[in-house]
Design a binder for this molecule. Sequence first.
Ligand code: UT7
Length: 327
Amino acid sequence: MTIRAGILGTGSALPSRVLTNADLEQMVDTNDEWIVTRTGIKERRIAAPDEATSDFAVPASERAMAMAGVRAEEIDLILVATVTPDTMFPSTACVVQDRIGATHAAAFDLSAACSGYLYGLSVASAFVATGQYRYVLVIAADVLSRIVDYTDRSTAVLFGDGAGAAVVGPVEGDRGLLAFDLGADGSGGKFLHMPAGGSRMPASYASIDAHMHYLKMEGQETFKFAVKAMASSTEKVLERAGLSREEIDVLVPHQANIRIIEAARKRFGLDEDKVVLTIHKYGNSSASSIAIALDEAIRSGRAEPGHVVVLVGFGAGLTWGAAAVRL
Ligand code: UT7
């Protein structure tokens, strides 16, 4: 018999430092009006120099475990979805395992960029469904400000830092993670990538001089892909869950650009008041954006037990994913 997995608790954590559009005007040739109309972003949170990804992953996890009523020693597996791990190795999941005291947990990192939370939830759900693990801690965390080139105005204004987490475990009745849609198109890798720092181009004086250790993005190509991927992935996941679009209570999209979210929403014919938005205050916080937005929706009472919530996102890879959940 397959066990149904559900989200038992969520948590999030953000840096306290706020980087406003006015701050960015002092750093690159940009202005508040351009940023707000083209992206919807007013400010974003940026890690302090001594803060790394696990410094946000740990408090986000502790909040998720407290909401779920699950102790660290009960966690069987920790997944950290990130493209900005504390170090290349050991994994950030191992750092978190040690810091929260999850002494019985296996731990690994997962690389699916901004789709990482959805990939992580899907892996967790599968482990719970087979009975191999009871409680899986899924963390989506990035400190993207470490790989953003603050001399490149086309990317400097977009990104922020943060972490979101969920405890996934067995549930009863009709609630739970009902369906997933995950996808990838590696031929689009060139549209959003970091050239240096891996085995293809190890960090060197030359790579640093050429700014190759920073994120590079073809904005318009990513934009076109994003709108299509968000709408079609939402469609697929509803079909798999046997739900109609009218049954969606809350949509939590990846917070990359208000125009992408709006275009996908219109294409999908969903009311504005069903869409959770955090982009104005956090920008695009990479893997953590959906996880943080879901946590805020749950804690504010906007997403309640029994609600059908659709999570949908896209990111580097290129990757995309959606999940239909009954809370
Ligand atoms: O999770 C990661 C996924 N990433 C994304 O989802 C990004 C998807 N793409 C986007 O969100 C948008 O393409 C951007 C926000 C990145 C750019 O918006 P756009 O409407 O596609 O602008 P554009 O690239 O076509 O540039 C329009 C103009 C250009 O000037 P010219 O050539 O028309 O004179 C740019 O140089 O805007 C200029 N520009 C800026 N101006 C002021 C680009 N960045 C800025 C800036 N401030 N920060």
